[in-house]
Design a protein around this ligand. Structure first.
Ligand SMILES: O=C(O)c1ccc[n+]([C@@H]2O[C@H](COP(=O)([O-])O)[C@@H](O)[C@H]2O)c1
Ligand SMILES: Cc1cc2nc[nH]c2cc1C
Length: 351
């Protein structure tokens, strides 16, 4: 299988020297040691990732990857597939949740269209045309995509990371939009974690309990059809989505360019799991924004040893949970950079 060179690009470790310096600084700021909790670790990690003693998250690049899913033919979503293309237009017109959050953060927002069943107006502002195919094939009965299509999706993700780097981004957020993609993500998670679909399938956009049982049965059929003990890239072609593959490519692309990543919900975390299985060096570049209400997310987070910043019962996708957590990263940086030390403030240290 020929995959893009970007998929095997070397990923350096964050700068450990900077992290040591940042940890020392946290110890002299005017607070009992450790009292800012995980905000301290966030600032220390961001110092190492950004290679600076004054970490800042002023420039955030959000790329929402959109694609349709052939497995929708099995009746596994509460919404019709046409919504994917319609939401691409909504992102472009500024009316989606992530559009609002991106504006509020002053972040750059792009939508990468990887292929939908319904037509997308070619002139939409902020939409990158990276169409590979009009949605994946039905993973319940055949591989979701061919290896060439997988390679194209990985490369499309890397191009988004390259655009983020060119814009000087200090943080990369990948979002997903694709009706049916919780089925694909749950199937991938089951195959990678050796779990049963009844454990990891959930309501997605709003299935009833009977709908979730049916979805689990569809995933079970897919796992029997494709097998589970295969390498992550093969599984991605068989069970993945165009947007999930692009997210995996984007995360490797961001880390290899020295840009930290803030991971979103269930689907995006599954992409991060696939990518870290292939590239363990990616893991130190990942922050986790929130824990989704989608039940399978918990197992995926545990497999990544991830402790998300927020738990707000969100289950939207689009990168919205990650975007909501950005102010915490900004607060961590501001505290680290601007607080006075004990010596500066003339405050007695601990006895
Ligand atoms: O990010 C999540 O955790 C999440 C959880 C449930 C649903 N979604 C979004 O809902 C869509 C997929 O849901 P479904 O039911 O069509 O598989 C897709 O566009 C996702 O972005 C996202
Ligand atoms: C309206 C709508 C918006 C979304 N955003 C991400 N997934 C979505 C699914 C639906 C149905």
């Amino acid at each position: 299988m020929t995959l893009p060179a970007s998929w095997t690009a070397p990923i350096a470790e964050p700068d450990h020297q900077r992290m040591l310096q940042a940890r020392t600084r946290q110890g002299v700021l005017t607070k009992p040691p450790g009292s800012l909790g995980r905000l301290e670790e966030l600032a220390i990690t961001l110092s190492g990732q950004l290679g600076t003693d004054q970490p800042a998250i002023d420039r955030v690049h959000i790329a929402v990857f959109a694609g349709d899913h052939g497995v929708c033919a099995e009746g596994i979503s509460a919404f019709p597939q046409t919504v994917t293309a319609q939401m691409i237009a909504n992102f472009a017109h500024g009316g989606a949740a992530i559009s609002v959050l991106a504006r509020q953060l002053g972040a750059t927002l792009e939508v990468v269209n990887l292929g939908t069943v319904a037509e997308v107006d070619p002139g939409l502002a902020g939409v990158v045309d990276d169409v590979i195919m009009p949605g994946t094939r039905n993973l319940a009965i055949e591989p979701a995509m061919a290896h060439e299509q997988l390679a194209a999706a990985l490369a499309a993700g890397d191009r988004a990371a390259a655009r983020a780097a060119a814009a000087g981004a200090q943080l990369f957020i990948g979002g997903d939009m694709g009706i049916g993609n919780t089925t694909s993500a749950a199937a991938l998670a089951c195959a990678l974690l050796d779990r049963s679909p009844t454990e990891l399938a959930g309501p997605g956009t709003g299935l009833s309990a009977a709908g979730v049982s049916h979805k689990a049965a569809v995933i079970e059929r897919a796992l029997v059809r494709h097998g589970t003990g295969r390498d992550p890239v093969d599984l991605l072609a068989s069970l993945g989505g165009l947007e999930i593959a692009a997210l995996a490519g984007a995360f490797v692309g961001a880390a290899s360019r020295g840009i930290p990543v803030l991971v979103d919900g269930f689907i995006v975390s599954v992409a991060a799991l696939v990518a870290t299985r292939q590239h363990p060096a990616l893991r130190p570049w990942l922050h986790f924004g929130h824990q989704s209400a989608e039940p399978g997310h918990r197992s995926v987070l545990a497999a990544l040893d991830a402790h998300p910043l927020l738990q707000l019962d969100m289950r939207l996708g689009e990168g919205s949970g990650a975007a909501t957590a950005v102010p915490l990263l900004r607060a961590a940086c501001a505290l680290h950079n601007q607080m006075a030390s004990f010596a500066q403030a003339g405050i007695d240290g601990s006895a």
